[in-house]
Design a protein around this ligand. Structure first.
Ligand SMILES: NC(=O)c1ccc[n+]([C@@H]2O[C@H](COP(=O)([O-])OP(=O)(O)OC[C@H]3O[C@@H](n4cnc5c(N)ncnc54)[C@H](O)[C@@H]3O)[C@@H](O)[C@H]2O)c1
Length: 390
């Protein structure tokens, strides 16, 4: 295994079966193993750890088409219990968390046990939170099977479930023993889910790396039908783009907040749509809105707003169709529950230019008067609706 800390992968680094190891670089860092078709090596990596029993929590939505036989491999080699849980956002709630914790205790989990989360970002968050709570914290390993899981959610240590009023309201920070990202699992992902993960890569470009935006404009395919080699390169570059930001703020307390670009609008859209709009689709719309907000405030010009539309809609292939049932007033109210607000004001990550955020208050957030947020949001919603009806 090799240590790599550069954004471009060396030729041949990702031949099938080869594992490349780096680190999440967070305040509590975890080893990050990456490769294509490396499930066998995962079993060996687990064998090197000490535990009394393994608990593999499997996202039921991981299709057979991934070619994975992880449950069988782990049951063959270890004292392993397999717990299957429904995948997706509907699992990120207290009821499912409680059920999982109780099932683990019934199956005799101990402080020396090791949990393995195998699935999308939602299941990673659920298992990460459960492992932070059971007996006040036991170890766990993340094996993400989605683009978002591999390029985003596993690179944060943030574990949470949703509340009745919004996303990720209840959680904690808990770092995995290691992360194991096998790009082979991503081959079965539907186009919308792949795009959802790549939305965050586009975001990373807008907030901190203008050169990445040029590379993405040339590389992205709106159909999201990527070859294995392209998928590996895109996933690797996506991971590196987030790690570069984390490296400047491992605790995600300062500059790391720029990762929230488009998320204030996005989380509110997700909450109002109650799972009908995915995180990626919501953040794509959120970035389009944030660009217009920055333009309204005179921070960026129309060309940069247009560049958002080009990358997000034309190149990435994300939809700019406004979701049914979400009106501007409800969105502005929902944003007041955003966990970045102070007092009554809603605060946003906004750009100063491509690859750099505006930072007038020293914390990379910009307080925007409510009437400006309302004006921009109403105009955007009306225009998107009119466009869809035309
Ligand atoms: N903690 C963080 O910092 C952070 C960052 C980004 C996202 N997240 C969270 O991650 C979640 C989104 O993750 P996601 O995009 O992976 O969605 P997801 O976990 O909701 O999964 C979407 C669907 O894909 C299925 N699936 C899983 N693997 C698959 C595969 N290989 N092929 C086909 N289908 C597969 C799942 O069963 C589910 O039905 C959200 O809850 C979001 O809040 C957290």
């Amino acid at each position: 295994m090799t240590n790599l800390d550069f954004p471009r992968a060396p030729a041949g680094a990702f031949a099938p079966g080869r594992v490349v190891t780096s680190s999440t670089g967070l305040a509590e860092p975890s080893p990050l193993h990456f490769g294509f078709d490396v499930e066998g090596q995962l079993v060996d990596a687990l064998a090197a750890e000490s535990f009394d029993r393994l608990f593999l929590v499997v996202d039921e939505g991981v299709p057979e088409a991934t070619g994975s036989s992880l449950p069988e491999r782990l049951e063959d080699r270890f004292d392993c219990r397999v717990l299957r849980v429904p995948g997706g956002e509907a699992s990120k709630r207290f009821a499912r968390l409680e059920e999982l914790c109780e099932r683990l205790v019934e199956a005799e989990v101990s402080k020396r046990s090791l949990l393995v989360a195998f699935g999308g970002g939602a299941i990673g968050n659920l298992v990460g939170l459960a492992s932070g709570l059971v007996y006040r914290g036991i170890r766990y390993v993340e094996v993400p099977t989605t683009m978002t899981g591999q390029t985003d959610s596993t690179l944060s240590n943030k574990q949470a479930v949703n509340g009745r009023l919004g996303k990720n309201h209840f959680g904690l920070y808990h770092s995995p023993l290691f992360v194991w990202s096998d790009v082979r699992y991503l081959r079965s992902e539907p186009a919308t889910a792949r795009r959802g993960g790549l939305v965050e890569t586009v975001k990373n470009g807008f907030v901190s790396d203008a050169a990445l935006l040029d590379w993405l404009a040339a590389t992205l395919d709106p159909s999201a039908a990527y070859s294995d080699a392209s998928l590996v390169e895109l996933t690797w570059r996506s991971i590196q783009s987030k790690l570069a930001i984390i490296a400047r703020d491992p605790g995600e307390k300062g500059e790391g907040l720029i990762l929230e670009y488009g998320h204030t609008f996005g989380h509110a859209i997700e909450a109002l749509r109650r799972g009908e709009t995915s995180h990626g689709e919501a953040v794509a719309l959120g970035m389009l809105l944030a660009a217009e907000l920055a333009c309204e405030l005179g921070l960026i010009d129309e060309r940069l707003v247009e560049r958002h539309r080009h990358l997000i809609v034309d190149r990435l292939g994300a939809s700019a169709v406004w979701p049914a049932g979400v009106d501007a007033e409800a969105l502005v109210v929902a944003m007041r529950r955003d966990n970045k607000r102070t007092g009554a004001a809603t605060r946003f990550v906004l750009l100063a230019e491509a690859g750099r955020c505006h930072d007038p208050e020293g914390d990379f957030l910009v307080t925007v008067p409510p009437e400006v947020v309302m004006r921009v949001t109403s105009r955007f919603v009306e225009r998107q609706r009119a466009g869809a009806a035309a």
